[in-house]
Design a protein around this ligand. Sequence first.
Ligand code: NAD
Ligand code: UDP
Length: 315
Amino acid sequence: MNAILAKKVLVTGGAGFIGSHLCERLVARGDDVLCVDNFFTGAKANVAHLLGERNFELLRHDVTFPLYVEVDEIYNLACPASPVHYQYDPVQTTKTSVHGAINALGLAKRTNAKILQASTSEVYGDPEVHPQPESYKGNVNPIGPRACYDEGKRCAETLFFDYHRQHNLNIRVCRIFNTYGPRMHPDDGRVVSNFIMQALRGEPLTLYGDGSQTRSFCYVDDLVEGMMRLMDADDEHTGPMNLGNPGEFTIRELAETIAEMTGAKAEIVLKPLPQDDPMQRCPDITLAKSVLGWAPTIQLREGLQKTIDYFKALT
Ligand code: NAD
Ligand code: UDP
């Protein structure tokens, strides 16, 4: 690896769950990676194994403040992603998405870097179109408890496309659907980590509502492959592009599968459905398939087993 010729890649939120896997892949292929994080939901431990690599660097920084570095590519992932974490300080969540996007886009403009935004299926809100294609404009409550995240991410998409139109920036926007795998935060309250941790601790699995709401779960390795392919695709492919696994499950099915796989005598208890909790979610990935030749390869049980093994090692 020649550090002088290597592509300089900035990953904001690089010490988080998805970011750490992305950094790992970029370092492995020889890019010169700068990982930036304020460790709000991420942790140094997630990238500790990369610290000895000469093409990896870690910087504590809050993306709501400007950053002056020289880069060729930017993956903008900084933002808490679990409802529990992003609702903890909702004003800061919106600032992270919006000011973070402005700062990242300003940096891309100054350095002429290509920039990818980690957007989300949450831009579709509680969708009335199913599965969700990129052309669907969404059904988001702008004043509800999820709005700090949903509207922050929608505004970030707006900024990306305005910088593209106004300043000719080379942008990519992917809309990520529920992704899971090792290095999820064990207490982030997201359904996969929550159910696995509850099962491993011998606690009841908390099913919100009647569990008939659906989600589609993508294993992190598949997702990272899709993000990198989008960054490397021809310049006309700005997105927005859905990245997710179209296999759709009810949350009750997920609870039963995790209970069975962990061998837990796990009882399931019903809890109230949180406000504005989307009833269904499933990506239409026709665009990603045709443009990137990408589709997830890891089935739910296979991915869950790797995730269960990771959490077992933690407990
Ligand atoms: P995560 O919480 O593990 O990672 C987010 C990272 O951003 C953390 O390391 C956190 O410390 C960092 N961060 C937060 N605020 C920051 C700030 N102000 N300055 C610097 N760093 C900051 O979550 P994740 O699941 O890895 O999500 C990564 C990205 O992907 C997020 O932008 C999220 O919105 C998006 N996404 C994730 C999913 C999913 O299912 N995991 C789905 C849709 C979109
Ligand atoms: N959920 C649940 N029990 C939990 C955590 C989550 O039933 O302990 C449900 C939640 O109400 C939602 C789905 O699982 O319908 C996915 O929740 P998550 O927080 O993982 O992400 P979301 O897709 O809602 O952003």
